[in-house]
Design a protein around this ligand. Sequence first.
Ligand SMILES: Cc1cc2nc3c(=O)[nH]c(=O)nc-3n(C[C@H](O)[C@H](O)[C@H](O)COP(=O)(O)OP(=O)(O)OC[C@H]3O[C@@H](n4cnc5c(N)ncnc54)[C@H](O)[C@@H]3O)c2cc1C
Length: 476
Amino acid sequence: MDMTDASKVSSMIVAELKASLGEAYVIDKPDEMAHYLTDWRKRFTGKAICVVRPASTDEVATVVRIAAQHGLNIVPQGGNTGLVGGSVPIGNGNEIVVSLGRLNKVRDIDTVSDVMVVEAGVSLASAQEAALNVGRLFPLSLASEGTATIGGAISTNAGGTAVLAYGTMRDLVVGLEVVLADGRIWNGLGKLKKDNTGYDLKNLFVGSEGTLGIVTAAVVKLFPEPKSRATAFCGLASTEDAMAFFKLAKAEAGPELTTFELIPRLGIELVLKHFPDTRDPLFFKHQWYVMVEFSSLTADGADTLAQRILFDSVEKAYLEDSVFAVTLAQRDEFWRLREYMPEAQTREGASIKHDISVSVDTIPSFIEMVVNDITALIPDIRPFVFGHMGDGNLHFNLQAPEGADGAEFLKRANEIHEIVYRHITAVQGSISAEHGIGQVKRERLAHTKDPVALDLMRTLKRALDPDGRLNPGKVL
Ligand SMILES: Cc1cc2nc3c(=O)[nH]c(=O)nc-3n(C[C@H](O)[C@H](O)[C@H](O)COP(=O)(O)OP(=O)(O)OC[C@H]3O[C@@H](n4cnc5c(N)ncnc54)[C@H](O)[C@@H]3O)c2cc1C
């Protein structure tokens, strides 16, 4: 087919889609599509015939059928905040981006079963708000929650800052509605707590990054809204002390320990440097910090619990110092410090990142081993290891040496990846804790995942998407 024939076919498909969805909801002008074709980190830009914005499950199914008739592939997209290049096309130009943003209704909230039925394009922040309006908590919380969607969070099995108490998205999904590769709709929107009638289909789609089906709606769990929260910033001498503090806090607070975030001094310094509206949380400098939060169903429960645990931890010399957020503004200040970390890294210049997980008890020795090996390679590299310590999930990031040429530093990324992933394999950790595989870690997955597991994944992909139309070039 020459160029003129190809563009005639594209125009015909666009016309067919416009007839089904409405003129305004099929975008084919390059400048209007651009926003959908580049990922959040601006590392990947793809090409697409068009971007469609269906408003219902039936419209999604129609798009999938039209795509199949014309031999086209589909890239599901939510808020496009994913960090592994999964939500944008790969660039061969035969893809349609299906943006789920108009599926934005909360269909039902049931405070007896404590579940809510939400469409895929509802933002995480709107889902939290809908739950709060009926006195419940939808606990999934990420720095990107204003834009990230329920469908995206399900498809990446997102984590965030409250996993310790409430689990990842997988733990929060009760049922799903999914448009399959052949255009059929699977209605699995049951609210049942108990249902042992065969394979757990919903879990196939959770974390599948749009490669097995398009999630259009979900039943998600709700929880009682905590009546009190206590947030503290603690200064520590070492990661071993952070581990001792974690064990004590977990033993004493159980599920009321809702956040346990590890932060290095470099993290605080870069945030202070690049965000002038922030301030050092503690009077003296410390090697490490932990931001900890307790939540309770009673009005003063969190404060009482937090004070006891922090007092004990200072007594036992796990903590060098700590400060409570006394006001809501102070709590926000602490959270801002934590949430500015990724952007502070970007503003500081080149860095090499890894989103990994290991079993929680190995964190101190793991950090020490990997940092030793990396500093042996590049002595003045600046380790910036932070994250959800309570979940065993570290953002194992390495900042370029001060004053170094960023481009030259990034040329050494593979040497650094090799060290990190060698250690990950040795401790049976994961090369992707919460961001997924997408395009970024596809090759790495093929080399590190158990061959039998990979084979099973390929078998499932062939069974559910035999023509490979859903999000090609991602994950497998
Ligand atoms: C500042 C910032 C902080 C972040 N913090 C965290 C964090 O703490 N924890 C964490 O886990 N992640 C985090 N992320 C990553 C990201 O926000 C999450 O992965 C989020 O769940 C993606 O949602 P989204 O709607 O933007 O999905 P998108 O980016 O649009 O898509 C992500 C993947 O899901 C697929 N997809 C999207 N919608 C659907 C659907 N309806 N059906 C099928 N497939 C679909 C896409 O094809 C793609 O593969 C962060 C990102 C940013 C920018």
